[in-house]
Design a protein around this ligand. Sequence first.
Ligand code: NAP
Length: 242
Amino acid sequence: MVETVSTNWSGLALVVGPGGIGSAVAAELSQSCPELKVLTAGRHGPPACSLRLDIENDRDLDRLATTLRAEEQPLRLVFNCSGRLHGPELQPEKRLQQVERSALEQQFGINAIAPILLAKAIEPLLQRNQPFHFASLSARVGSIGDNRTGGWYGYRAAKAAQNQLLRSLSIEWARRWPLATVSLLHPGTTDTALSRPFQSFVAPEKLFSPERAARQLVAVLLQQTPAQSGAFLAWDGQSIDW
Ligand SMILES: NC(=O)c1ccc[n+]([C@@H]2O[C@H](COP(=O)([O-])OP(=O)(O)OC[C@H]3O[C@@H](n4cnc5c(N)ncnc54)[C@H](OP(=O)(O)O)[C@@H]3O)[C@@H](O)[C@H]2O)c1
């Protein structure tokens, strides 16, 4: 099990998607990195979180850099914890005949397109001589090599697409922002609204509380350096097959 590492990270941290894991990640970052000013951003805005941000909305993304610049602190970390597996009109597919265009578009919108556009939106704040981490929650089920059970077509494919988009980002940023580190992180199955309908398949000892997931994710994140940029890692720091 990974222990929390205390570090001297300082500046501004933005946690996007303050759901079950995102809220716990924001709390964990505040505790383990006291020099960080941690902001949360989500669709519900204050008081639920510090900033209103719908990362599926281009106008919100266009405003983000200006809002963060007003904080007058270097941007040290952006951690995207948003995502969607199911919703009022969205259910993960069990078989081909359940695959629908609108559901695929919804899955790709939030789980693949939004994270790369978030990176694009905050890029104007990066500086060549400042360390910076960009992390985004992926999922082991997005691994093509690890796909042995099928199903969940849209969610799996959207997470795989996110992995490819952020891997490309890590290669571009290694040239342009040599102190930037991009990480794709799998939190492990965690007790949140996202996983709740599917928890009956999970052994109780394999279901993490959001607090435990956040502790493990932050510990892995704090160990990442630009040399490891572009990695797809599980909650225990182990590399996951693409
Ligand atoms: N829980 C697990 O077992 C598990 C396992 C593997 C991977 N993951 C990944 O971990 C991430 C976090 O999941 P979670 O379990 O914490 O789920 P969650 O509690 O449902 O949180 C998801 C968050 O994403 C936000 N969000 C959705 N659309 C958004 C948008 N357009 N703009 C801004 N925020 C938006 C949601 O806010 P709203 O209230 O606005 O919808 C919510 O705060 C997801 O990417 C998920 O795929 C989770």
